[in-house]
Design a protein around this ligand. Structure first.
Ligand SMILES: Cc1cc2nc3c(=O)[nH]c(=O)nc-3n(C[C@H](O)[C@H](O)[C@H](O)COP(=O)(O)OP(=O)(O)OC[C@H]3O[C@@H](n4cnc5c(N)ncnc54)[C@H](O)[C@@H]3O)c2cc1C
Ligand SMILES: NC(=O)c1ccc[n+]([C@@H]2O[C@H](COP(=O)([O-])OP(=O)(O)OC[C@H]3O[C@@H](n4cnc5c(N)ncnc54)[C@H](O)[C@@H]3O)[C@@H](O)[C@H]2O)c1
Length: 454
C-alpha cells in the first residue's frame, strides 16, 4: 500500500465509530471487500467518550444513591462511605479496552482492512488517506461523527468539554455545567452523586427541551433536592479566571461563584470539514450536517452517510441501524431498506432516568388539538418508600383519537431506562390504551404502572 496506485474495494468507510463499524460489518457480511479508516480508537464517541464510559459513571452514581439508602434498610454503612475514583476509572477503562479488543478481533475475522488513518474524498470513488495512499471504491460510507461545540465567548478555551469529563480522576470540588440538554443533565447528576457540587447554567427556561415538560419539571425538582444548583435563561458572556478557579460572567455583567471546572455541553457539530466534501460536491444543510435522503444517500451517487455526521437523531442505535440498512440496500439486494426516524426511544441517564418515545403532550396537542387523552401516574417506588425517601416517579401516556392510540410514553423514575424498550415496540405497532389495560400487571413493580394508568 505504499505506492500511490489506487486500490480496489467495494466499500471504503470513513470512521470506526458506531455507524462506521456497523456499516463495515454488514457490508462484509454481504460479501463486500471493505476498508475501514479510523485514526483514533475503535468505537468512536460512544465507546470512548460517550455512552459506554458515561454509563459506567452513571452506574457508580446510582450505586452511591443505593449505598445511602442501605442504612435505612438496616445495613451498617459508614457515615461517609468513600469512593476510590482510581478504582472506578480503572474498571471502566478495562471494560472499554475489552470492547476495542473485541472489535479488532471481529474486524480480522470479517476480513475488513482496518487502516489507522484519516481519509478525505478526492472524488466520488476515491479516498485519500492522510499518509498519501489512494483508495478506490465502488461505494463510500461517511461516518465521521460529531465533535463538542464551543461557544464564541471570551475565555471559552478555559472550559472543558464532555471529552474532558472522561479524563477526570477525582471529583472536582465545584463544577459548572453550561447547557441544559442530555450531556449537561447526565454529567451534572453523575458528578453531584460522586462528590462534586454542581451548578447548571442553561440558556433555556428549563432542562431537556426535547422532553415532556412535566417530566423535565419533576426532574428539576429532584435535582434541586439532590443539591444541584440551576440557573435558567442564562446568557453566558465570558469565562474568566485561571485553571482551577473559573467564574462565569453573564450578559448583565454579573460574575458567578468560582468553579474548579467549567464544562461546556452546548451541542455538537458534525465532522464535515476537512474531508473534501465541498471539493467533490457533497451537499450540507445549514447546520453543516451531510444532507441525506431517506436511504442515507448523499447528493453524490454511491456516497452514503450515517450517524451524527447527518445530524439526524444523534444516538448510537440510530447510527447502527441506519448503517446496517444502508448496506443491506447497497450490497444485500434490499433496495427498500431504510431506517424509520419516527418513534425512536431514548433515555436520559439522569437520576432517576428519563425515558421517552413518541410525542410529548405538547407535540400531540399541537398535532391533534383536543383529541388528546393523557394518562399519568405519580407514585413512590417501593425502594424509595421503604427508605422513607420523597423521590416520586412520574409516568405518562399520551393517547390520541377515539381508540386512544398511544403516541407517546414518558417515564421518569427508577428502572425507566429498562422498562421503556418493550413498550416502545408496542407503540410502534399501534398500541392502544385498551391493549395496555388488557395486559396483566407485573406486581409489585414500577413497570405495572404503565398498564394500570387510566
Ligand atoms: C457524553 C456523551 C454521551 C452519550 N451517551 C449516549 C447514550 O447513552 N446513548 C446513545 O444512544 N448515544 C449517546 N451518545 C451519542 C452517541 O455517542 C453518538 O450518537 C454516536 O457515537 C454516533 O456514532 P457515529 O458513528 O456517527 O460517530 P462516532 O461514534 O463519533 O464515530 C466517528 C468516528 O469517525 C472518526 N473520524 C472522524 N473523521 C474521520 C476521517 N476523516 N477519516 C476517518 N475517520 C474519521 C472519528 O475518529 C470517530 O472515531 C452520547 C454522546 C456523548 C458525547
Ligand atoms: N443518553 C443519551 O442517549 C445521550 C447522552 C448524551 C448525548 N446524547 C446525544 O448527544 C447529543 C449532544 O448532547 P448535548 O447535551 O451537547 O446536546 P443537546 O442538544 O441535548 O443540548 C444542547 C444544550 O445546549 C444549549 N445550547 C445550545 N447552543 C447554546 C448556546 N449558544 N449558548 C448556550 N446554550 C446553548 C441548548 O439550549 C441545550 O440545552 C444529544 O443531542 C444526544 O443526541 C445522547
Amino acid at each position: 500500500m505504499s505506492d500511490n496506485s489506487p486500490l480496489d474495494f467495494d466499500l471504503v468507510v470513513l470512521g470506526g465509530g458506531s455507524g462506521g463499524l456497523a456499516g463495515a460489518f454488514r457490508a462484509a457480511q454481504h460479501g463486500a471487500r471493505v476498508a475501514l479508516l479510523e485514526p483514533g480508537e475503535l468505537g468512536g464517541t460512544c465507546v470512548n467518550v460517550g455512552c459506554v464510559p458515561k454509563k459506567a459513571m452513571w452506574l457508580a452514581a446510582e450505586l452511591s444513591g443505593h449505598v445511602a439508602l442501605a442504612s435505612q434498610f438496616g445495613f451498617e454503612v459508614p457515615r461517609d462511605p468513600r469512593l476510590d475514583w482510581p478504582t472506578l476509572i480503572a474498571g471502566r477503562q478495562r471494560y472499554v479496552h475489552g470492547i476495542h479488543a473485541s472489535y479488532r478481533r471481529r474486524l480480522d475475522e470479517a476480513g475488513i482492512a482496518l487502516m489507522p488513518v484519516r481519509g478525505r474524498l478526492r472524488d466520488a470513488h476515491t479516498v485519500q488517506c492522510d499518509n498519501g495512499t489512494l483508495l478506490r471504491a465502488a461505494h463510500i460510507l461517511l461516518a465521521t461523527g460529531s465533535s463538542p461545540r464551543r461557544l464564541p465567548v471570551p475565555g471559552a478555551g478555559l472550559a472543558g468539554i464532555s471529552d474532558d469529563f472522561f479524563h477526570l480522576c477525582e471529583a472536582p470540588t465545584r463544577v459548572a455545567l453550561v447547557g441544559g440538554g442530555y450531556i449537561a443533565v447526565e454529567l451534572a447528576g453523575i458528578l453531584q452523586a460522586l462528590g462534586s457540587r454542581v451548578d447548571i447554567f442553561a440558556r433555556a427556561g428549563r432542562l431537556l427541551g426535547h422532553a415532556d415538560a412535566e417530566l423535565a419539571q419533576r426532574l428539576q425538582d429532584n435535582y434541586r433536592h439532590q443539591g444541584i444548583g440551576m440557573h435558567f435563561d442564562y446568557r453566558l458572556a465570558a469565562i474568566e479566571g485561571e485553571a482551577g478557579r473559573l467564574t462565569l460572567r453573564n450578559a448583565d455583567g454579573d460574575a458567578s461563584d468560582p468553579y474548579a471546572q467549567v464544562i461546556l455541553a452546548v451541542g455538537r457539530t458534525a465532522n464535515t470539514s476537512g474531508i473534501g466534501l465541498e471539493d467533490v460536491g457533497v451537499a450540507l444543510d445549514a447546520d453543516g450536517n451531510i444532507l441525506v435522503d431517506a436511504f442515507q444517500r448523499s447528493s453524490l451517487p454511491h456516497v452514503a452517510a450515517v450517524g451524527d455526521v447527518t445530524g439526524k437523531a444523534t444516538l448510537t442505535p440510530v447510527a447502527i441501524a441506519a448503517a446496517r440498512r444502508a448496506m443491506d440496500r447497497v450490497f444485500g439486494g434490499q433496495p427498500e431498506a431504510r431506517i424509520d426516524y419516527d418513534d425512536v426511544p431514548a433515555v436520559v441517564f439522569s437520576h432517576p432516568p428519563l425515558a421517552s418515545v413518541g410525542l410529548t403532550e405538547a407535540q400531540a396537542r399541537e398535532r391533534h388539538g383536543d383529541d388528546v387523552h393523557v394518562a399519568r401516574s405519580v407514585f413512590r417506588p417501593m425502594l424509595q418508600a421503604l427508605a422513607d425517601r420523597p423521590q416520586h416517579s412520574l409516568f405518562k401516556l399520551v393517547c390520541v383519537g377515539a381508540e386512544r392510540r398511544v403516541v407517546g410514553i414518558h417515564l421518569l423514575g427508577e428502572g425507566a431506562d429498562e422498562i421503556l424498550q418493550g413498550f416502545a415496540v408496542a407503540l410502534k405497532k399501534g398500541l392502544t390504551l385498551a391493549d395496555l389495560h388488557d395486559t396483566i400487571a407485573i406486581h409489585p413493580s414500577s413497570a405495572e404502572e404503565v398498564v394500570l394508568m387510566r
